[in-house]
Design a protein around this ligand. Structure first.
Ligand SMILES: Nc1ncnc2c1ncn2[C@@H]1O[C@H](COP(=O)(O)OP(=O)(O)OP(=O)(O)O)[C@@H](O)[C@H]1O
Length: 288
């Protein structure tokens, strides 16, 4: 079986199946997508149920630590708007080199999760304007998901590619950059000058972590990133630069004013975490 991360990074292993730590085996089929760290395929279990399997195709100890951290967080999150963990394990594989030879065997970790249909970036590029009745309950669900995550960790990598669409439900996924709230659980693997977060969706304090005098990425940074996503859904364009109320004319002005709060440059002026954002979104949608 061949797995490819990018055209020039091809890996292979014997057979079409993997056996997870649970002892269950999964047959690998179509490629669903790839990110900076891993590649995601569809897989099918012994009972014919379809899932998604993500292989980590980086082999440093640091990458493996992050991936194990991702799995450990997935295992304890239970919410309809968070991708559901199913199983995990590892396989031995080789990399196909440019000269046609193969590398030594390497251990690739994998995680099996519920399968979504596509990511929000692709969903939005295919859809015309998203109606309020579709996005408002999904915004509430994503804020609930963030509230659940913030009990344990900061996500730090919220972007349209990491929000998956499963039927009618938008779910948060990809916890590879998360930082646990409990410092004992977090293996500090972030480099001193490493920028943490998705390039276009990153919060001001993550762009320049000394801007506010200290290294201050927090739950409010996730609030900023989710606010950017909400703006993207409403405006159907990348919400870069400074936004004002005028940008939300013709969309929902109540949600627009919540989004403006989430995008304050000064994080002390934003909703503090998922819970506070959920309250504001509830006020803007249910209690208005
Ligand atoms: N459970 C899933 N069901 C369907 N498709 C998925 C699933 N998980 C991931 N994908 C697809 O694969 C893509 C890459 O997945 P993911 O973001 O988890 O990889 P990554 O390497 O951790 O990315 P990043 O660069 O953000 O670290 C997603 O954008 C999505 O299109």
């Amino acid at each position: 079986m061949e797995l490819y991360l990018k055209e020039n990074r091809v890996f292979f292993f014997e057979g079409e199946e993997v056996v997870a730590n649970s002892g269950h085996s999964y047959e690998i089929s179509d490629r669903l997508g790839a990110g900076g760290n891993g590649v995601v395929y569809e897989c099918i279990d012994q009972n014919g149920l379809l899932y998604a399997i993500k292989f980590l195709l980086h082999f440093t100890e640091k990458s493996k630590k992050r991936f194990r951290q991702e799995i450990s967080l997935m295992k304890r999150l239970h919410h309809p708007h968070i991708i559901k963990y199913i199983d995990d394990g590892f396989i031995q594989l080789k990399q196909l080199k440019k000269n046609g030879r193969s590398s030594q065997e390497q251990q690739a970790l994998f995680v099996i999760m519920e399968k979504a249909d596509l990511n929000l970036k692709d969903f939005l590029s295919q859809a015309s304007k998203i109606p309020y009745d579709i996005y408002a309950p999904q915004f509430r669900g994503l804020c609930e998901a963030l509230t659940e995550i913030h009990q344990f960790a900061i996500h730090r990598d919220i972007k349209p590619e990491n929000i998956l669409v499963k039927g009618e439900t938008w779910v948060l996924s990809d916890f590879g950059l998360c930082e646990f709230v409990n410092a004992d659980e977090h293996c500090d693997i972030t480099g001193e000058n490493e920028k943490i977060g998705p390039v276009f969706w990153i919060s001001p304090e993550a762009v320049n972590k000394y801007y506010f005098g200290t290294n201050n990425i927090g739950a409010y940074s996730d609030v900023y990133q989710l606010g950017m996503i909400f703006a993207f859904v409403l405006m159907k364009r990348f919400p870069g630069g400074i936004l004002s109320e005028n940008d939300f004319i013709g969309t929902d002005e109540f949600i627009g004013s919540v989004i403006l709060k989430t995008l304050a440059n000064d994080y002390t002026k934003r909703p503090e975490n998922g819970k506070e954002l959920l309250e504001l979104i509830n006020d803007a949608t249910i209690n208005r």
